[in-house]
Design a protein around this ligand. Structure first.
Ligand code: GDG
Length: 488
């Protein structure tokens, strides 16, 4: 990328910084954050310069100087500046746990029965976005390209528009169809906010189309134009046009492939396979989240074992569950339910020398992650809905010998690219999932290799660097650089 994004480089804004702040025995330290947004943006942003603005994942506000000195060395290592936002305990509760995690997250994943439309959440949502706006203005110039990420910060573009007209937005999660979106009490405001960016980008055409349908329903007389350079132009007034398009996020394919081929990871993968004594390994790796279909996966596995007793002792489901949103009640409840279900299924089928589910509730390092991917004969991604799902792509990247089968939810964004090679499933169909597991375990070598090689080619051809270049080039092509303020 050669564009000059303004004298301060380009500015990335997301709810979380790629690091979180932890306090143990009165000592503050920073550790790497987790989740798809960070996995994707961190490698692609490395050494591009610019700044990343976000929250440190804690309501800690004291010793700000100390926090800045902790972030300094990380900024120089990563090649971009980290600029922290601070939130009070009440803001974390109403903005993050409330509006973001009890309204937008479940609603945009089509799970409206999990929503709590508390009106006090909206005010704090706007207030915290104002905080982000203030810090963004302070650390940028008028013509900087500001890249706003995800559902926590939808209002930011509108707040910044007069002072920073070059804002682009990327939504990492799905955008729902009208019958779901219309339930949002603030639908008109949210739609208007999404149209305050120069570029509003989604993961897949499914999401962009849903957005278009919602727009039409809310603005029946407005025009949508197909643009020559790709994307669709949305015009709410003659002074302002927003371009909308799909930019499927991806992974650093070469990094994961290289890791999987490295002697250390191969050794670890062999050790994992030996520890399972030649049994077939089916692997799930997910953040703890009800959208990932973990319980559905466990129950389908139970059905598989119940239907086909010849598999008892021959296959193990390895589930890595990464702690997430532990301060949100519904996530704590989900964890308890997963613990119970795993325990129940283990109790039902385990023998003296075989445990059907190996379940870990922790985060592991990159080498262990790659070794798990490489060791697994079958990768399981059974999301009820997912913006993209990077795990599905990482699993393929870590199978350089093409010897793995991916079972993939048709409701994950990655099914658009990987559907032809994966065994696709409806995660609500327990029998269908059990059939898919059976098929994956007994798939002939030739078919397995053909399918995996197809998926790997697709991911390699559209990796995270191509995704980022394509998004940033499109955004840069739409930026304003000389219009006088009154025309905006
Ligand atoms: C959101 C959207 C979209 C997992 N466990 C460990 C670990 N991970 C990493 C994986 C992967 C990432 O976390 C999870 O990414 P996903 O895409 O699967 O899911 P979300 O966190 O829900 O991400 C999603 C994404 O944003 C990007 O736009 O794809 O749809 O929901 O990269 O590798 N990493 C390490 N240790 C672990 O234990 N190091």
């Amino acid at each position: 990328m050669s564009q000059n994004h303004g004298s301060k480089g380009f500015i990335v804004v997301s709810n979380r910084l790629p690091v979180v702040l932890e306090e143990q025995n009165g000592t503050l330290s920073v550790k790497s954050g987790s989740g798809g947004l960070i996995s994707a943006l961190s490698p692609a942003l490395r050494d591009r310069g610019g700044s990343w603005i976000g929250w440190l994942g804690t309501s800690e506000t004291v010793r700000i100087k100390h926090i800045k000195s902790l972030l300094g060395p990380i900024s120089s290592q990563s090649g971009y500046r980290l600029l922290p936002i601070f939130m009070t305990h009440q803001e974390v509760k109403l903005f993050y746990q409330g509006f973001c995690n009890e309204i937008v997250w479940p609603l945009f994943h089509d799970l409206q029965s999990r929503c709590r439309f508390d009106p006090t959440y909206w005010d704090t949502y706007l207030k915290v976005n104002q905080k982000f706006a203030k810090v963004t203005v302070k650390h940028s110039d008028r013509w900087n390209l500001i890249w706003v990420n995800d559902y926590h910060l939808i209002p930011l573009g509108k707040m910044l528009r007069d002072k920073r007209p070059n804002c682009a937005f990327f939504l990492h999660i799905p955008f729902p169809p009208p019958d779901i979106f219309m339930k949002l009490p603030w639908r008109q405001q949210v739609m208007e906010q999404l149209l305050s960016y120069r570029l509003t980008a989604f993961q897949t055409d499914r999401d962009a189309d849903n957005f278009l349908r919602c727009f039409k329903e809310l603005n029946p007389r407005s025009r949508v134009m197909t643009r020559k350079g790709g994307g669709r132009g949305f015009k709410l007034s003659h002074q302002w046009e927003t371009v909308v398009g799909a930019f499927p996020i991806s992974i650093d394919f070469r990094y994961f492939e290289g890791l999987a081929k490295s002697p250390a990871v191969r050794k670890k993968a062999d050790q994992i396979r030996r520890a399972h004594q030649g049994r077939r390994i089916m692997l799930g790796i997910d953040r703890l989240d009800y959208t990932k279909g973990i319980l559905e996966r466990f129950r389908a596995f139970e059905l598989l074992l119940q239907r086909d007793p010849s598999l008892l002792g021959k296959v193990t489901l390895v589930q890595l569950l990464v702690p997430s949103r532990e301060d949100v009640t519904s996530y704590r409840n989900l964890r308890e339910e997963i613990d119970r279900e795993a325990g129940r299924i283990i109790g039902r089928f385990a023998t003296l020398d075989w445990i059907p589910i190996t379940y870990m509730y922790q985060s592991v390092g990159q080498e262990d992650l790659a070794a798990l991917y490489r060791a697994a004969h079958v990768g399981l991604v059974t999301s009820l809905k997912d913006g993209m799902n990077l795990v599905s792509k990482e699993y393929c990247a870590c199978h350089p010998d093409n010897d793995g089968v991916l079972i993939l939810s048709e409701f994950a964004g990655s099914a658009v690219e990987l559907g032809a090679g994966a065994i696709t499933v409806n995660p609500y169909d327990m029998e269908g999932m059990a059939n898919a597991m059976q098929k994956a375990l007994f798939m002939p070598d030739e078919e397995r290799k053909r399918r995996m090689s197809l998926m790997r080619r697709r991911i390699k051809g559209w990796d995270v660097f191509r995704w980022m270049d394509s998004f940033l080039n499109t955004a840069a092509g739409l930026t304003l650089s000389s219009l006088p303020k009154r025309e905006l």
